[in-house]
Design a protein around this ligand. Structure first.
Ligand code: HEM
Length: 537
């Protein structure tokens, strides 16, 4: 039934030879030997010890013992689906990327939605950023748009990412709390790394408790480059807009659902696709001409800033439809390897220092997560176009590369893989001019932490503001360190005084002007002393 929906989907055809049907077959060992008994181990006598000779028992148990692979170091819990991307109009003016040229062309995609913090078995409706990673299987190779559902990020430079994640994940001494930001190290990191302010405003908003994966936006976050066939480059930001609109849960719903159905969002996605109510997302782009690079009071290389849509409108250029569930979650959802460095000609990077670090991190982590250098041969990761190079060997190599010459430039073979010119589809990096002294420094505007955080707050309706205050009060109220609670309140007064003062009263610390709070409990959210009337009710 499902395969009807994906007729002509090149990736689905490619996956076909790897599908194994077990129903109605005879059981064998991995060597193909038929098994006569799968219930009793081989013993010396009916009540005797099990004997070493039992190769079937050993193989079965050994394989089981090795079933787990490490979960992703972040975004461990995720759910994915297959689909297709179609373009509305040719983007040839902006980019030479082949899958963005012809509106008739359908490009197979695989999308994995995720939460960032929780482990593999955590609940779906945690207050958390959602990952939104898309693999486009293009005729020129795989292009990965590895985004989130929030348009900005926590930090500006990749060098802080391990610190961020160490602070956000459960605390190391007791491994709590699972999948939640309501704890001391998280808020201590916030107060001491104030570039996070804008992201935290989004984090405390309803955006981090989406109603459904089908009802949330996606963002590439970084500034990327489009390059057209004349070599002209423009800056670009990517957006996914859900056709169903953006919808969130309210906090109480999220909490109740977490208890009743921790699989709520994966079930929602799975069932929508099963009944043919296919999730759709439109791809939007914001384009900036190179001469406008310095037109704003923020740096376009700063991932904690967005490009306001009223200044740089979003143009919708195509639509993605998710129309097929996976056959096997481990084989596909777990083994898929996204990497922001997987690009195609016409799409290039910028010097965003967060992006630059990501370009290193993903391949590095996948080398261990997926057991060595051959994970690109796993069916879900294979491009639909041919792969030829001189790499060889390594754990679990699948291909049998023929010939004895596996090095470039040689005289023994005349048919080793040849490189391609740009005209022939060879990837040529954009020749950006770079100058400056080697330094550990950043643009001045990177230190403006609050302008866009205020912009966000001011764009909220009264109920949304109330939800943000409630979220701050709950999350910061769980922090045991009074000093950290105070630091957070003192920090967010730079966003809004009423907001910070109300939160101060709710979490039992001094108001930002030093005035004593009306509530004196040492940790009011823990002691349920949430008595202050909020201004937006
Ligand atoms: C997953 C690192 C920033 C989106 C991951 C993984 C690592 C990582 C190591 C696990 C990958 C795997 O095991 O396959 C980093 C670093 C960052 C960073 C070092 C900053 C320096 C971001 C940003 C975004 C993002 C800014 C969004 C724009 C994602 C997503 C996944 C992911 C969606 C899950 C992909 C999947 O579903 O398999 N990241 N990340 N990350 N990251 Fe990042």
């Amino acid at each position: 039934n499902q395969s009807k929906n994906v007729e002509g989907n090149a990736k689905d055809h490619q996956l076909e030879p790897f599908r194994v049907e077990n129903e109605g077959t005879k059981m064998t060992t991995n060597q193909g030997l038929r098994v006569s008994n799968d219930e009793d181990s081989l013993k010396a006598g009916v009540r005797g010890p099990t004997i070493m000779e039992d190769f079937h028992l050993r193989e079965k148990i050994t394989h089981f013992d090795h079933e787990r692979i490490p979960e992703r170091v972040v975004h461990a819990r995720g759910f994915a689906a297959h689909g297709e991307f179609e373009l509305y109009e040719s983007m040839s003016e902006y980019t030479k990327a082949k899958f963005l040229q012809d509106p008739k062309k359908k490009t197979p995609v695989f999308v994995r939605f995720s939460t960032v913090v929780g482990s593999l078995g955590s609940m779906d409706t945690a207050r958390d950023v959602r990952g939104f990673a898309t693999k486009f299987y293009t005729d020129e190779g795989n292009y990965d748009l590895v985004g989130n559902n929030i348009p900005v990020f926590f930090i500006q430079d990749a060098i802080k990412f391990p610190d961020l994640i160490h602070a956000v994940k459960p605390e190391p001494h007791n491994d709590m709390p699972q999948a939640a930001s309501a704890h001391d190290t998280f808020w201590d990191f916030v107060a001491n790394n104030q570039e996070i302010a804008h992201m935290i405003m989004w984090h405390m908003s309803d955006r981090t408790i989406p109603r459904s994966f089908r009802m949330m936006e996606g963002f590439g976050v970084h500034t990327f480059r489009f390059v057209n066939d004349k070599g002209r480059s423009r800056f670009v930001k990517f957006h996914w807009k859900p056709v169903l609109g953006v919808h969130s849960l309210v906090w109480d719903e999220a909490q109740i659902i977490a208890g009743k159905d921790p699989d709520f969002q994966r079930r929602d996605l799975w069932e929508a696709i099963e009944i043919g109510d296919y999730p759709e997302f439109e791809l939007g782009i914001q384009i900036l001409e190179p001469e406008d690079e310095f037109k704003f009071d923020f740096d376009i290389l700063d991932a904690t800033k967005l490009w306001p849509e009223e200044l740089v409108p979003v143009k919708k250029i195509g639509k993605m439809t998710l129309n097929r569930n996976v056959d096997n979650v481990f084989a596909e959802t777990e083994q898929v390897a996204f990497h922001p460095g997987n690009v195609v000609p016409g799409i290039d990077f910028t010097n965003d220092p967060l992006l630059q670090g990501r370009l290193f991190s993903y391949l590095d982590t996948q080398l261990i997560r997926l057991g060595g250098p051959n994970f690109a041969e796993i069916p879900i990761n294979r491009p639909i176009c041919p792969v030829h190079n001189n790499q060889r060997n390594g754990f679990s190599r699948q291909t049998i590369n023929l010939g004895r010459v596996s090095y470039h430039k040689n005289s023994l073979a005349n048919n080793t893989p040849a490189t391609s010119t740009a005209k022939e589809g060879g990837y040529v990096h954009y020749e950006e001019k770079v100058e400056g002294r080697i330094t550990r420094a950043r643009s001045k505007s990177f230190d403006d932490h609050f302008s866009q955080a205020r912009l966000f707050w001011n764009s909220m309706s009264p109920p949304e503001k109330q939800h943000i205050i409630d979220a701050f009060s709950f999350e910061v109220g769980k922090v045991k360190s009074k000093s950290v609670r105070q630091q957070v309140v003192d920090m967010f007064v730079h966003v809004d005084k009423v907001m910070a003062t109300t939160v101060a009263d709710n979490v039992g610390v001094n108001r930002p002007n030093g005035e004593q709070s009306k509530v004196t409990a040492s940790s009011p959210a823990l002691s349920q002393a949430n008595t202050v009337k909020l201004p937006y009710t």
